[in-house]
Design a protein around this ligand. Sequence first.
Ligand SMILES: [Zn+2]
Length: 106
Amino acid sequence: MKPQEFEKYIWRDRGCYHCGRPYDLVPHHRANRGMGGAKSADDPTNIIAMCAEINGLMESDPEMAELARAYGWKLSRYDRTDIAPVYDASTGFWFRLLDNYTRIAI
Ligand SMILES: [Zn+2]
């Protein structure tokens, strides 16, 4: 992903969905899209900004992976990323992500 595109996600998300830190962020794919899926892996609703530390823990730590599934950070490849809400644990708000790089609190 180009830096100028990731800027759109940082602007939308403001910080990591786990800890809220506004730096050291990386793009995280909520659902791993396979070939031939109806929706692209690069759809704005499939990508969230997470800090690099938590992004790694979601893959390596089963407890963090479970939390990530409960909070909509990790989805199955068949989930609708434009419908499945995402929880911002640092602020206590749930959001729906929109295709135009914005989000709405729900
Ligand atoms: Zn974090």
